[in-house]
Design a protein around this ligand. Structure first.
Ligand SMILES: [Zn+2]
Ligand SMILES: [Zn+2]
Length: 205
């Protein structure tokens, strides 16, 4: 299901998800509402791309566009590439292409190629913010072959990344240490809230 919400803007305040109680987007993939919001990030990019380049395209048209995009991932925005892969089916495992379990040849290949897509930072964010969003979204939407503490860290950081935050190397190391010590979901929620509070203060003044 698609909620149809545009992704958060740079500097926007974090919002609590009424379904899981954490920051919106951070509950994915287990919270269905957060998962839909994360899917919306990708779908929004796709809708804009198809409308801008092709006008209206029916389901068959969209599949043809998806095949074209999947053949040249380095020429398209990452959201367009991820949405294109979602529209294609893996001949081997039957999942969305690139979404199957680790060890499925075509999925591993498509999942690897998706990272050659174009990532453009929004104005006002630290360089690399869009890359971090892209990686975390990909991991949250295909959480295979990743440890539980890393998945927790990736998904809990996503709400902060979406409003334009990017941890410095030092902050990332500190958060990594917290994660290794067994930071809980509640720990992450307050950690991310505090970090974004700091960022907003810096952005506004
Ligand atoms: Zn949620
Ligand atoms: Zn597969």
């Amino acid at each position: 299901m698609v909620v149809g919400r545009p992704r958060p803007a740079v500097g926007e305040a974090l919002r609590r998800c009424p379904a899981c109680g954490g920051w919106e987007y951070g509950g994915a993939p287990d919270c269905a509402r957060c998962r839909d919001l994360v899917d919306d990030i990708v779908e929004e990019g796709w809708r804009e791309f198809v409308a801008g380049e092709f006008g209206a395209a029916g389901p068959e048209g969209e599949r043809a566009i998806a095949e074209m995009v999947a053949d040249e991932p380095d020429r398209h925005d990452w959201r367009v590439v991820d949405a294109a892969l979602d529209r294609l089916t893996c001949a081997e495992c039957g999942s969305r292409l690139g979404g199957g379990p680790v060890g499925c040849g075509p999925c591993d290949l498509a999942h690897g190629f998706r990272f050659s897509a174009v990532e453009i930072d929004r104005p006002g964010v630290p360089p690399g913010n869009e890359h971090a969003i892209r990686v975390n979204v990909a991991i949250v939407r295909r959480p295979y072959g990743i440890s539980a503490p890393e998945l927790l860290a990736r998904r809990m950081l996503l709400p902060a990344l979406l409003v334009g935050f990017l941890p410095t190397t030092e902050e990332a190391q500190r958060m990594g240490a917290r994660a290794k010590k067994g930071a809980t979901e509640e720990d992450w929620i307050s950690l991310v809230g505090a970090l974004v509070g700091d960022t907003e203060a810096t952005l506004n003044g």
